[in-house]
Design a protein around this ligand. Structure first.
Ligand SMILES: [Fe+2]
Ligand SMILES: [Fe+2]
Length: 290
């Protein structure tokens, strides 16, 4: 395997991640940081945060299942090594977002029932398309589905949440900034590793593009139903945050935007990212079936 993957060694990972931006953190944030009181005291806002965080946990559980499954179908040791570090990153993401649910008042005994209650069924379908490829040990489809599609989506969702949290929740913003740094590394690996494999296996293109279209359809449905479900919490947050500084994400002030405007800017951003990243690895973005 060529050296371009040597930037993805465990040594590099140790230096940049646990000994770098995660040093001295506790569950991804500074010791002593807590969730804001104004949110914790407001049932609508607290429930909105629980709903969002449940879907982060479910997305990260899918990423953990996919990246650990891909370790055993990777064709070379540099890829296996990187995917082993990614597996630990994803397990950490599951842990920090689960911990956030506990911090938001969910009791550990109620974790699974809370995930069932607030989990978005479209997100489950999105994950199933990917995990089916991983179960078949299909490395090319698995890496495109995980490191380009799932993580491209996660990356943009985290950035949007970070733009909002930076203004009113420094604890959550800190947790997100660590996961964003991790996801950036994962997406980079996907592009670097898979481009050459797609060139060697042009016969795989149609199948991988079909998977991307299916996952994209479930993703857009996830955004649509999640923003609709979060409308009441968004209205409440706007009332509470009146006069707060702007939380700008791709030109949209999230502190003032409707959930429809938020959905539109997030969908546009993710689809633009998909087109760019897929183009770089020699695939053409496919629109989902209507
Ligand atoms: Fe993750
Ligand atoms: Fe990731």
């Amino acid at each position: 395997m060529t050296n371009f993957l040597s930037g993805y060694s465990i040594q590099k990972w140790l230096e940049s991640c646990p000994q770098g931006y995660l040093e001295d953190t506790v569950y991804g944030h500074e010791k002593g940081q807590i969730e804001p009181e104004a949110m914790m005291d407001n049932e609508t806002l607290r429930e909105g945060q629980i709903r969002t965080t449940c879907n982060l946990v479910l997305g990260e559980r899918a990423a953990l299942a996919a990246s650990s499954g891909l370790v055993n179908c990777a064709p070379d040791y540099l890829s296996k090594t990187f995917l082993a570090t990614q597996t630990l990153d994803e397990a950490r993401h599951v842990e920090v977002f689960t911990q956030r649910l506990y911090d938001l008042g969910v009791s550990p005994a109620d974790l699974e029932s809370t995930l069932n209650e607030f989990g978005n069924p479209n997100l489950i379908k999105f994950a199933e398309v990917l995990l089916e490829k991983v179960d078949k040990k299909d490395f090319i489809a698995g890496v495109v589905g995980q490191n380009i599609v799932l993580e491209g989506m996660a990356f943009s969702v985290f950035e949007m949440l970070h733009a909002g949290a930076k203004v009113d929740n420094h604890k959550f913003a800190h947790v997100l900034s660590g996961t964003i740094a991790d996801e950036r590394r994962h997406v980079g690996f996907g592009e670097n590793r898979i481009g050459s494999l797609i060139k060697q296996h042009p016969e795989k293109k149609a199948e991988v593009e079909k998977m991307q279209a299916d996952m994209t359809g479930h993703m857009l449905a996830t955004f649509h139903s999640s923003f609709a479900a979060g409308a009441a919490a968004n209205d409440e947050a706007k009332r509470q945050g009146d006069g707060e500084e702007a939380a700008v994400y791709h030109g949209v002030d999230l502190a003032k935007a409707s959930t429809e405007e938020m959905e539109a800017v997030l969908s546009d951003t993710v689809l633009h990212e998909f087109k760019t990243r897929l183009g770089r690895i020699g695939l053409e973005y496919q629109s989902p079936a209507a």
